[in-house]
Ligand binder design. Structure first.
Ligand SMILES: C[S@@+](CC[C@H](N)C(=O)[O-])C[C@H]1O[C@@H](n2cnc3c(N)ncnc32)[C@H](O)[C@@H]1O
Length: 290
């Protein structure tokens, strides 16, 4: 964590949890049926994915948005927001306005940890994705109030972003902190970190890119270790092949705090995207140039 900026010092406009009371401004406009919630803000279900019969790692929820979050969504979405509509391929240099490395964070929640990490490493761009509208507003506010120009906020399913909108080798890192644990056996198929997800993520990560996962749900931690270990495109950064010590650069997250309060054990995993393997035909050419 930064010496100059910590969680309590970070300007936090609204860090109230999703369950808080909505703001009822006097004379508030009542929306007509079908009228967008935030005309200049994130679109509801931008990829129209509610119609896809795909298993999702998140539960779509209609959440209350505070006045401050709503204001940020309206004001800052055109500048820093990205609707994950699956309709176009995005150049990350253009999105951030520079050629700095880009790390994708999937599931930032309310975004406090994201903002702290962005402040700590201004030369690293963070593409932070979630479907949670209050969190999107909160992170935009944190970025604005703390002058963080290296954060972009994506609205939608990260799978669609990875599959349809990012180019091969475009990411320098992937962060998945406290993904929904889906503890019931019949819901395990919804867990984000599984072989199929890693197949997709591997195509978008540059060789050497670090995948950093953390969870307070031990059976999920074991599953993460197993699938990452078994995947040919990733290697464990830990010599003993196990979990990593918590890196100093990962701030405490909201869900982590809740897990720790319940006595849960937190595990971090740090894996590296391996070098592209040279196809056998290429290998032969390299070995015998004539
Ligand atoms: C349990 S919360 C953790 C939030 C935060 N990382 C923390 O530790 O406080 C998991 C978040 O991941 C988001 N999420 C899950 N699957 C996602 C996906 N495929 N695309 C985008 N966001 C996703 C959920 O909406 C939720 O906000």
């Amino acid at each position: 964590m930064s010496d100059s900026l910590n969680a309590s010092e970070l300007n936090a406009s609204e860090t109230a949890p999703p369950g808080e009371r909505p703001h009822h401004a006097p004379g508030r406009h009542t929306r007509a049926k079908g009228e967008p919630r935030f005309p200049d803000g994130p679109r509801a279900d931008p990829a129209g994915s509610h119609f896809e019969r795909r298993i999702r790692s998140f539960q779509p929820r209609r959440s209350r948005v505070t006045a401050g979050q709503a204001d940020a969504l309206q004001r800052l979405w055109p500048k820093w927001g990205l609707d994950i509509d699956g309709q176009r391929v995005i150049g990350l240099g253009g999105l951030f306005g520079n050629g700095n490395p880009v790390v994708l964070e999937i599931g930032f929640g309310m975004g406090e940890a994201t903002a702290l990490m962005a402040a700590e490493e201004p030369a690293v761009n963070i593409l932070a994705v979630d479907v949670h509208t209050p969190g999107q507003g909160n992170l935009l506010n944190l970025a604005d109030q703390n002058g963080l120009s290296n954060v972009r906020v994506g609205n939608g399913d990260a799978i669609i972003l990875l599959r349809e909108m990012l180019t091969p080798d475009s990411l320098d890192g992937l962060r998945v902190y406290f993904p929904d644990p889906w503890p019931k056996k019949r819901h395990h198929k919804r867990r984000l970190i599984q072989a199929e997800f890693l197949d997709l993520a591997a195509t978008r990560l540059r060789p050497g890119a670090i995948v950093h996962c953390a969870t307070d749900w031990e059976p999920y931690a074991e599953q993460m270790l197993e699938v990452l270990d078994a995947h040919p495109e990733f290697e464990n950064t830990q010599a003993d092949g196990g979990f990593a010590p918590r890196p100093a650069h990962r701030p405490l997250t909201r869900f982590e705090g809740q897990g720790l309060d319940k006595g849960h054990v937190v595990n971090d995993l740090l894996f590296r995207r391996v070098q592209h393997r040279v196809p056998q035909s290429e290998q032969h050419r390299q070995e015998s140039p004539r």
